[in-house]
Design a protein around this ligand. Structure first.
Ligand code: ACD
Length: 131
């Protein structure tokens, strides 16, 4: 069983998220919201279909995908992008295409999830704790 199976992770620390959102072109009001919210995330697997859920009091986003297969995604800030996700051990790697190409790496362990978001020269690291 994978380390992330049956677990939920809640945001504990966040570095550079405001800069990342600015680089995406997210406006001030939504950035304030994004900065003040501690979402809970979970990864689920059913056969070869994966679901990644980000839940918060403000918004919840669910993406459903198969590894290596491009899918359409509406991001939390409302962009419509195409993404491809692969899994390398406990590391989920998401490549978001479009005019703001971004890489999101989520590395799961027993008690922690480290999410690293990269866009241009901006790198944001968000640390989640298993709850
Ligand atoms: C994570 C961060 C994943 C979010 C990545 C991109 C979204 C960009 C901007 C968010 C903007 C507004 C959303 C505001 C609040 C929603 C709260 C949830 C924030 C994740 O996986 O950690």
């Amino acid at each position: 069983m994978a380390v992330w199976e049956g677990k939920k992770y809640k945001l504990d620390k966040s570095e550079n998220f405001d800069e990342y959102m600015k680089e995406l072109g997210v406006g001030m009001v939504l950035r304030k919201m994004g900065n003040s919210i501690s979402p809970t995330v979970e990864l689920k697997k059913d056969g070869d279909t994966y679901t990644f859920i980000t839940s918060s009091t403000f918004k919840t986003s669910t993406i459903t995908f198969k590894l290596g297969e491009e899918f359409e995604e509406e991001t939390l800030d409302g962009r419509k992008v195409k993404s491809v996700i692969t899994l390398d051990g406990n590391k989920l790697v998401q490549e978001q295409k479009g005019d703001k190409p971004s890489t999101i790496i989520r590395e799961f362990s027993d008690n922690e999830l480290v999410t690293t978001l990269t866009l241009n020269n901006i790198k944001c690291v968000r640390v989640y704790k298993a709850v």
